[in-house]
Design a protein around this ligand. Structure first.
Ligand SMILES: Nc1ncnc2c1ncn2[C@@H]1O[C@H](COP(=O)(O)OP(=O)(O)OP(=O)(O)O)[C@@H](O)[C@H]1O
Length: 263
């Protein structure tokens, strides 16, 4: 349902991504790994519609992706995108209020009650049922990230884009968040793209790991070549083995040319 066709992205003279080709079916969970600075977040922003490709295109159900972010694509960044002056409940309701009450940003009467109930149910779902009236500063990091996920899911996106969503969390809280995300993914048809630096996280959560790497490097012109998807590792087959993790690890550490061991 998402098709990336010969995609290039360049900032001035610097080629960041080159010749990206990819087909992702509805309901897939793609983890994206690669060395720092190789263009993973840029790819996410292209999927979101925040950036335009220099060449090539991204098709969503066979049609060119809208030039602006829309409700089909929800996004969660490592830094929380919540409003500090609004309660947890209002933060989540806002996603419903803004599109439904364009000018005032507030709903009234029965519509407001319905929005409140919907938001409270979502917050319950992510384990924040007891924190509806708190403010973001009163929440732990893990709770804030749950709030950001609830906000994104409230819009019922078909595609969820996660940019290192758990990077700032303690290991214990991360584990809880992994369980939450896995549950949410399994019970919906959500298509997920998640950038992570944590290979274990990528391999545990995704059903596919995309490795971004620069195949060509010119020391005289570091910006001349961009990264591509050098490995596309399916994880729903038993073959996703130790060698696959080795390949991903080498790419994340910046080793560009590596042998795909026994595969
Ligand atoms: N708006 C921009 N203008 C110019 N260069 C940019 C812009 N955004 C990203 N870049 C450059 O594109 C390259 C890729 O950046 P990007 O953030 O996509 O990498 P990344 O793989 O997500 O890195 P990290 O893993 O460190 O977050 C970097 O060299 C960065 O400096």
């Amino acid at each position: 349902m998402i098709e990336v066709c010969n995609l290039w992205k360049q900032y001035g003279d610097q080629v960041v991504l080159e010749r990206l080709n990819l087909r992702v079916k509805e309901g897939e969970f793609c983890s994206m790994v690669g060395a720092s600075g190789c263009g993973k977040s840029t790819f996410l922003r292209l999927l979101l519609g925040q950036e335009r490709a220099t060449r090539g295109e991204i098709l969503f159900d066979g049609e060119a992706l809208p030039a602006e972010p829309d409700a089909h694509r929800g996004v969660v960044f490592q830094r929380y995108s919540v409003f500090d002056h609004l309660s947890v409940l209002r933060n989540v309701m806002l996603g419903l209020e803004l599109p439904r009450a364009r000018f005032t940003g507030r709903l009234f009467g029965a519509r407001r009650r319905a929005a409140r109930e919907e938001a409270a149910a979502m917050l319950e779902r992510v384990g924040l049922g007891a924190a509806l009236n708190k403010y973001p500063q009163q929440l732990s990091g893990g709770m804030q990230q749950r709030l950001a996920i609830a906000q994104a899911l409230m819009m019922k996106p078909r595609v969820l884009l996660l940019d290192e969503p758990f990077g700032a969390l303690d290991p214990g809280i991360r584990k809880d968040m992994h369980a939450l995300l896995s549950d949410l993914w399994r019970e919906s048809k959500l298509t997920i793209f998640m950038v992570t630096h944590d290979l274990k996280e990528g391999f545990t959560l995704g059903n596919r790991v995309l490795v971004f790497d620069k195949v060509r490097i010119d020391p005289q012109a570091p910006g001349a070549y961009g990264a591509r998807i050098t490995y596309d590792i399916p994880l729903d087959r038993p073959r996703a083995s130790a060698s696959a993790i080795h390949v991903a690890q080498a790419a994340v550490q910046g080793a560009s040319r590596i042998e795909l061991l026994s595969d």
